[in-house]
Design a protein around this ligand. Structure first.
Ligand code: PMP
Length: 396
């Protein structure tokens, strides 16, 4: 049987060349962040289209105040891991809020989305099981899958025929666990969860969905892609993070109590790593409350901006794959060209995320544009204008 490797190794000499040429795109030092703009040391102030702050909540005054209050009440850290003495009344309220939003019995907070995937997947499967991954799943899902000791299989992105053939070959396994990102972080498209749920019924599988990019953004109440397809009740574990639309940090898993109990006892990224500090948990809780009150309006603005940007870039002939979300990939291909294009944009006042291997396959370098609810249409226009200018120079 084919084994899925975590990711192929990549030639690091390229990074050295880019550094020498002054186009190395990583680790810019941020001096200041304000609504829709960042200032980077030695580069100056630029329009920000490279974040996942989809609802603009990392700059929200209500959220900031609640976070500051938590520092006043609890200090800057907790006094231990959550299971010992790091679980405050804020963490408790946050878990309850998450579980009630999803109408599930339990939720568990992790230090990050990465830690949530490591913890959940390492615990729910054993060597008697098979974990079946979409090949574009986030790296933390592959890492968690490896930790479980289960047999690992994978299918080409959203290829349900291949998924079904793997399921047919896996009927001797104790458990078949399908894992997908709800909204794929590099391509911006959805997992077809309605069809995956149909397969799940036929082949009796568990389903885990990582709603990292879709939580707060997709679905009538912003609960994610499972809500969009109206299959929330058929998902065994929902994993998410506060680090995108929620404007905070921290991972979570939402599931039924039996699974949650097992994770709380056995997931090392839960038991043996410090959880969110109170200020961070308070920011997450305040954000969720703010979303309950104002989410509909924020999502309306986000989706208007998204529609404008997607339609305009398609009309202008950019290759943006099949994105249907605020993650808009602009495909360039060659990695060298990708970093140079991103650098030109930065020098001309536009920040976008640069995606090259190992984050995406070789020769599929791209810019990842992150649309938010706080962008204006005028700012979207400016971004498109700069993208057209840079395309004329670098021809992609
Ligand atoms: N899952 C997906 C799909 C992601 O894109 C990310 C972050 N890039 C994570 C999990 C990890 O989230 P965190 O930053 O909270 O560790």
């Amino acid at each position: 049987m084919m084994k899925t490797t975590v990711r192929p190794k990549y030639d690091v000499s390229k990074f050295t060349n880019w550094k020498d040429e002054g186009v190395y795109p990583f680790l810019p030092t941020i001096e200041q962040t304000s609504n829709n703009y960042i200032t980077i040391t030695d580069k100056g102030k630029m329009l920000m289209f490279g974040s996942c702050d989809y609802l603009g909540l990392s700059q929200n005054e209500y959220v900031k105040e609640r976070s500051i209050e938590a520092i006043r009440e609890f200090g800057t850290n907790t006094l231990g891991a959550q299971i010992f003495c790091g679980y405050t009344k804020i963490h408790n309220a946050l878990e309850k809020k998450l579980a009630s939003m999803f109408n599930k019995s339990s939720s568990i907070l992790f230090p990050s989305g990465m830690a949530a995937n490591l913890g959940v997947l390492s615990v729910i499967a054993t060597s008697e099981d098979v974990i079946i991954n979409d090949r574009l799943n986030h790296i933390s899902i592959f890492m968690g899958s490896h930790l479980s000791g289960a047999q690992l299989r994978s299918f080409p992105h959203n290829d349900l025929r291949k998924l079904e053939s793997i399921l047919k070959q896996s009927m001797d396994k104790r458990k078949r666990i399908i894992v997908v990102d709800g909204l794929f972080s590099a391509d911006g498209d959805y997992a077809p969860l309605d069809k995956i749920c149909e397969l799940s019924k036929i082949y009796n599988t568990m389903i885990v969905v990582d709603e990292a990019h879709s939580f707060g953004v997709v679905g009538p109440n912003g609960l994610g892609v499972a809500e969009h397809f109206d299959v929330l009740d058929q998902i065994d574990v929902i994993v998410g993070t506060m680090s995108k639309a929620i404007g905070s940090v921290g991972g979570f898993a939402i599931t039924k109590e039996e699974i949650a109990e097992e994770i709380r006892h056995y997931a090392p990224s839960y038991t043996s790593s410090r959880g969110s500090v109170p200020a961070v948990a308070a920011a997450s809780l305040a954000s969720l409350e703010f979303i309950e009150q104002h989410g509909k309006k924020l999502r309306e603005r986000l989706w208007n901006n998204t529609e404008y940007l997607i339609n305009t870039l398609r009309e202008e002939g950019f290759n943006i794959l099949d994105t249907c979300s605020p993650i808009v990939p602009v495909i360039i291909g060659d990695e060298d060209k990708t970093v140079k294009v991103a650098n030109w944009l930065m020098e001309n006042g536009l920040f976008v995320a640069t995606m090259i291997p190992p984050a995406v396959p070789v020769n599929q370098g791209r810019l990842r544009i992150g649309v938010t609810s706080s962008h204006t249409i005028e700012e979207c226009r400016r971004a498109v204008k700069l993208l057209k200018e840079v395309r004329n120079i670098y021809e992609f």
